[in-house]
Design a protein around this ligand. Structure first.
Ligand SMILES: Cc1ncc(COP(=O)(O)O)c(C=O)c1O
Ligand SMILES: N[C@@H](CCSC[C@H](N)C(=O)O)C(=O)O
Length: 459
């Protein structure tokens, strides 16, 4: 295998950090346990000679291949790798939990597009967060937001209840609130931006500085799921760890679960790798291959999704809805978002003022599937309080001002007019807008020029 990096240390993370792990032709420092230099590992072959291309090119330009020069990364569907000696000297792989060439290829590709020294892939986004939280010890404090994906909240609550870790939830859109809470015990600051589902924007550089000032050892971890590396690079904004659900934009088709971690510190990377190997949550070869395939179309998908989302956000806003989308100038943190990101993404939420009306809209939509998740090529509609965020109890949702009637739209790559037609039809059927069908839409009009509002028996 040329170009696939070895990735198979196997003992204590402190000891493992002395072993070589490579990424994208960069060799991490190799020292023995006494700090003596070890000879560098051979760099993977690369025709680019260090040249960095535009992201659109990097997404599709994968390095390394097998002995047959396969254009598509082969799927090494093997649990074990035969050794040539009893000690396994010189072998890159022994066991897929510890490392697999298909997974390594994906990790090196991700490191490149996430502008990281090292990327690691696991079996889900929550798996990635679980690996990160295993860096924490009892007594450590975590500072995090008051608007978070429901599963993130659930895992943090579990740790706070069972692992002696103190979790502070606060409005991370207000750096002054973060400043009041961070201190020497702050081991981790965990941020989402934009947040799910309120689409609040968090100032990563300012909060990273505050955290590192309060405790230079504190780790700032950012969940970049909403934007993907195409639109935001938290590592370049001061984060120590970036993670995301590869289930979403990176893969793009809702046909796999995956989690991605990226760091610029070999010491942190080694610790994360230790947990992945020790706990056995590394991404399977076939899913690694699927994710690799999805990444190649990230740019074209996201651009279409984003331009559709912008139109839909403007459409809803023009009909008087309170729309949360960072592509709208009315978003309170429009400028902040644009100072960190290269686009607004394709998730937006809006309120109707009535849970019943929201339910009717969601159930009247035809083109928009009622589904959790986002980042898929298909458009999805959901009520977070009933679905993705149902694991946050009602009292906490109220305390954190998460509106029960909020509808989240995850915009796909379909024709924007079709999406708006379908949504407006649902709004009319639900009685959410005081407009005649003709006033709203043309494309859904039947041959007689009338919108067929009878076809959905939702009342
Ligand atoms: C912002 C965010 N982070 C993390 C996750 C977890 O990802 P996964 O479902 O792949 O475990 C999700 C959704 O599930 C999410 O919305
Ligand atoms: N039943 C699942 C719900 C997953 S929600 C997935 C996604 N992050 C979203 O925001 O829609 C669970 O309990 O985790």
């Amino acid at each position: 295998m040329s170009g696939f990096a070895p990735d198979r240390p196997g003992g204590d993370p402190a000891e493992e950090s002395s072993q070589s792990t490579k990424s994208l032709g960069k060799t991490f420092s190799r020292v023995d346990l006494d700090g003596h230099d070890l000879p560098p590992s051979p760099a993977p072959s690369s025709p680019r000679n260090g040249k960095r291309y535009a992201l659109a090119t990097e997404l599709v330009y994968t390095e390394g291949t097998d002995q047959y020069n396969a254009s598509s990364t082969p799927i090494y569907q093997s649990a074990t790798f035969k050794q040539t000696s009893a000690g396994g000297e010189g072998a890159e792989y022994d066991y897929t939990r510890s490392g697999n060439p298909t997974r390594t290829h994906l990790e090196r590709h991700l490191a490149k597009i996430m502008r990281a020294e090292r990327a690691l892939v696991v079996s889900s986004g929550m798996g990635a967060l679980d690996v990160i939280t295993r860096l924490l010890r009892p007594g450590d404090e975590v500072v995090t937001g008051d608007d978070l994906y429901g599963g993130t909240n659930r895992l943090l609550k579990y740790l706070a209840t069972n692992s002696g870790i103190v979790v502070h939830h606060l409005d991370t859109t207000k750096p002054e609130s973060v400043k009041r809470v961070v201190g020497p015990k702050t081991a981790m600051v965990l941020l989402e931006t934009p947040t799910n589902p309120l689409i609040k924007i968090v100032d990563i550089p300012t909060i990273a500085k505050l955290a590192h000032k309060a405790n230079p050892e504190a780790l700032v971890a950012v969940d970049n799921t909403m934007l993907s590396p195409l639109l935001q690079n938290p590592l370049e904004l001061g984060a120590d760890i970036v993670y995301e659900s590869g289930t979403k934009y990176l893969s793009g088709h809702h046909d796999l679960m995956a989690g991605v971690l990226a760091v610029n510190s070999s010491a942190i990377g080694d610790k994360l790798y230790f947990t992945i190997n020790a706990s056995g949550c590394g991404l399977a070869p076939f899913d690694s291959w699927l994710l690799m395939r999805g990444i190649k179309t990230l740019k074209v998908r996201m651009e279409q999704q984003q331009s559709n989302a912008q139109r839909i956000a403007e459409f809803l806003e023009s009909h008087g809805f309170k729309v949360r989308y960072p592509g709208l100038k009315s978003h309170a943190q429009y400028e902040l978002h644009n100072s960190m990101a290269r686009g607004a993404g394709a998730v937006l939420s809006f309120e109707t003022g009535s849970i019943q009306v929201s339910e009717r809209i969601v159930e009247a939509a035809k083109l928009w599937a009622i589904s959790v998740s986002f980042g898929c090529v298909n458009s999805l509609i959901s009520m977070p309080c009933r679905m993705s965020h149902a694991s946050i109890d009602a009292k906490t949702r109220k305390e954190r001002a998460l509106p029960e009637d909020i509808i989240r739209l995850c915009v796909g790559i379909e024709d924007a007019d079709d999406l708006i037609d379908d949504l407006s039809r649902a709004l009319v059927l639900a009685g959410a807008v005081n407009l005649t069908p003709e006033g709203l839409y043309a494309a859904e009009k039947g041959p007689a020029g009338k919108l067929d509002t009878q076809s959905n028996n939702i009342f």
